[in-house]
Design a protein around this ligand. Structure first.
Ligand code: CP3
Length: 339
């Protein structure tokens, strides 16, 4: 929390994107008995998965176990996770009529995520930061329109360019639902909210400016008005960092495709940053891993507001002991900061 707000810390804090997931034996055990969405909807289980991962790694923050796509359901879009395929939305949004049919009055149905946050907050009290999250308007819109993951975002951009009324209405509806969803999470005890704009790097700077910036900014400001800091995260965003910072987000996520100091300069030192180890470095021998961790800590150069993290999520097959080793390294070498 202190790092998010750019206050001095004794050492660099550390947590990991996708710190609970299939790379962890304990999670795979739970997944043998329950589908992903089922886990999300069982607050006791979602809390257990969240807590187990945070404690096993010894990190400074726990991100609630949930999924980006959960808000699609109360908006009236069914989806499922198909093995090996990722998420599939059965009837994607393609027209202004489809957008009109989306509901915004049922975000309260996502209260199961809030119940899980309450359990995590009761467990950790003030010992760990608790991170709630949601998808950003662009990234969620892309799933709704493409019907799943995408390589080229053709349908998304087609709507964006050619049907500006449908596009604007869709983002408006998403901002309304996501704001209410974040409110539930904050009231339940989330100390900060991370907004995942995972696929925003598919946009050039002019398109971000013209079609996405306002909605992102609205969501960031609405969450900040609830009294918590916002982490705004995306990948392949080197050309967008200035605009992402201009949303007013407290913390900007950086990926590994540029050095941390370069990214931070583009963001501006009046914001905190989070990142930026390549998650695949977690497969490297310990000396390579140690060198990369050191490089990132050195690039932060004692500025207030660095949160150590990966540039994107931990992938299946990652050795847990290497993730634990990074926590140890940051705890040993992470530099304290002064005002
Ligand atoms: O500790 C954590 O971070 C776990 C909580 C979490 C999940 N999804 C659980 C999950 C978080 C923060 C997410 C966010 C999420 N979901 C994002 C943004 C994160 C990012 O990496 O940029 C996105 C794009 C999604 C949508 C989604 N969910 C995808 C593309 C997939 C992958 C499908 C696959 O098979 O690889 C998921 C599934 C998913 N969500 C898993 C987990 C642990 C793994 C699959 C499983 O357990 O069945």
């Amino acid at each position: 929390m202190r790092a998010c707000l750019r206050k001095p810390v004794d050492r660099t804090p550390v947590w990991f994107l996708r710190q609970a997931g299939r790379y962890m034996q304990e999670y795979r055990e739970v997944r043998k008995h329950h589908a992903l969405v089922e886990i999300c909807k069982m607050p006791e289980l979602a809390a257990e998965v969240t807590i187990t991962a945070a404690e096993k790694l010894g990190v400074d923050a726990a991100i609630i176990f949930a999924d980006l796509l959960l808000p699609l359901e109360p908006m009236g879009l069914d989806f499922e996770f198909q093995a090996g395929e990722g998420p599939v939305v059965h009837r994607p949004v393609r027209s202004v009529e489809d957008v009109r049919a989306l509901r915004t009055d049922r975000a309260g149905e996502l209260a199961y995520v809030a119940r899980a946050i309450e359990k995590v907050a009761a467990h950790f009290r003030d010992r760990l930061g608790i991170i709630g999250f949601c998808g950003a308007p662009y990234t969620l819109a892309s799933y709704m329109i493409e019907g799943g993951g995408s390589r080229n975002y053709i349908e998304t951009k087609r709507m964006m360019y050619a049907d500006s009324a449908a596009w604007a209405a869709l983002l408006d509806k998403l901002v309304a639902v996501l704001t209410e969803y974040c409110q539930l999470q904050v009231e339940a005890g989330a100390d900060m909210i991370q907004i995942f704009d995972s696929w925003v790097g598919s946009l050039g700077p002019s398109d971000y400016r013209a079609y996405v910036f306002e909605a992102s900014k609205q969501l960031v400001r609405a969450v900040q008005a609830m009294g918590v800091p916002v982490i705004y995260f995306g990948v392949e965003t080197a050309g967008l960092l200035g605009q992402m910072a201009a949303t007013g987000a407290d913390v900007i996520g950086l990926d590994w495709r540029q050095p941390l100091d370069e990214g931070w300069r583009a963001v501006g030192y009046e914001h905190a940053v989070q990142g930026n180890l390549d998650p695949i470095t977690l497969f490297a021998p310990e000396e390579v891993l140690a060198a990369r961790v050191k490089e990132i800590l050195r690039a932060a150069n004692g500025h207030v507001g660095h949160i150590f993290n990966l540039g994107h999520g931990i992938v299946p097959g990652t050795p847990v002991e290497n993730v634990q080793a990074v926590v140890r390294m940051v705890k040993e070498r992470g530099i304290g900061t002064r005002e």
